[in-house]
Design a protein around this ligand. Structure first.
Ligand code: COI
Length: 357
């Protein structure tokens, strides 16, 4: 990082389209703010990053990322709180996970300080795009891809790190219907499931499409070897409440993404005195609990989806309807607490909030 300034030069966008945004009809991830952050890696080092008007990026047809998939990303959100401040929630966890993904994919790591400075300066530049409308946020998408112009296969010597932002509302417009997948696999032990690698998401599309044709939104992924242990759901971590205990698959295997929302949910639940189990979770025990009435809640946890209640679990030929949303005390209480922290209504005693401007 020698010689790289954390005060990034800015080329302002002189053609803002902020005033054209329809905040009452905001499709997830389709509208982008006025600026983006761009930084190149070359000669073994990150070069000076800059903030530019949002726009297309030129690409060589042999660019290695599009041939071999050296490409990773993160998902974060900026919020406008009740004090009219723009804040980030635990962004250091995203910076760390980004470096872990980079290491697994043979890509250069970005120092946490540099990652956070870039995110904060970009969000500050487009602070006008951060609404205080409840349930809305500015979604932040940092990503890195290999840019060598070379069709041979090897780790690229050059990369681009880009951050774009997008004002968003809810990711799921309704409670989620998921299907337990017993044939296709998201991640195998020794693979890249723990990394936020672009290819993990590309590979999930075909199996998810099959489930969508049967009326589900997403799949519940199971372990690659036996398909008897639950891992994740769609793009989210998955959490269950059985007999008032919050249960989620443990992360010991390298097949599960280490979710920042999931980690936060577990920490908040622990602070409320809710019993927690992070352990292997079998499909059989969840189906049994759903049938005998002890399964009180199932929800997904992710940055985009936040805490997304799951309404129906499909298992083989059955569709199991889960308890009514208003009875799901634990996830509702945790969600209220997190909303309170982000809006500034509750004091940030955990120091999870970082102010941008
Ligand atoms: C996120 O929750 O930020 C994700 O990465 C999900 C994304 C695929 C929309």
């Amino acid at each position: 990082m020698t010689g790289v300034s954390l005060q990034f030069p800015i080329t302002p966008n002189t053609d803002s389209h902020l005033s054209a945004v329809n905040w009452d009809n905001l499709p997830f991830g389709k509208i982008f703010s006025d600026h983006m952050f761009v930084m190149e890696y070359a000669d073994g080092a990150w070069q000076q990053g800059e903030i530019l008007p949002f726009g297309p990026i030129a690409m060589h047809p042999a660019m290695s990322a599009i041939h071999y998939g050296q490409s990773i990303f993160e998902g974060m959100k900026a919020y406008r709180n009740n004090h009219n401040e723009v804040v980030l929630f635990r962004p250091e966890l995203n910076a760390r996970r980004f470096s872990e993904s980079a290491a697994r994919m043979c890509m250069p790591e970005i120092p946490e300080e540099l990652f956070l400075a870039a995110v904060k300066q970009l969000v500050a530049q487009d602070a006008g795009w951060v609404t205080n409308k409840p349930g809305y946020a500015l979604y932040i998408r940092p990503f890195m891809f290999a840019t060598d112009e070379f069709v041979g296969i090897k780790p690229s010597d050059t990369y681009k790190f880009v951050i774009i932002t997008s004002p968003v509302g809810a990711y799921y417009a309704e409670p989620v219907r998921v299907k337990i997948e017993e044939f296709y696999t998201r991640a195998a032990v020794g693979g890249v499931g723990r990394a936020k690698a672009a290819g993990n998401y590309g590979a999930s599309l075909y199996p998810a499409k099959q489930a969508q044709q049967e009326g589900f939104h997403q799949l519940v992924w199971t372990d690659a070897k036996t398909h008897t242990f639950i891992e994740e759901s769609g793009t989210m971590n998955i959490m269950f409440v059985i007999n008032n205990t919050l249960i989620t698959p443990s992360e010991d295997a390298d097949t599960i993404l280490r979710g920042t929302t999931k980690r936060t949910v577990l920490e908040v639940a622990a602070s409320f005195g809710i019993p927690i189990e992070e352990r292997p979770v079998t499909v059989a025990e969840i189906i049994e609990a759903a049938k005998n009435g002890t399964l009180q809640d199932v929800f997904g946890a992710g940055t985009a989806a936040t805490i997304a209640p799951i309404a129906i679990i499909g298992y083989r030929d059955e569709k199991l309807t889960l308890p009514a949303l208003e009875t799901r005390e634990i996830s509702l209480k945790i969600k209220d607490f997190l909303d309170g922290l982000k809006s500034g209504a509750l004091p940030d005693t955990q120091h999870w909030i970082q102010k941008v401007c």
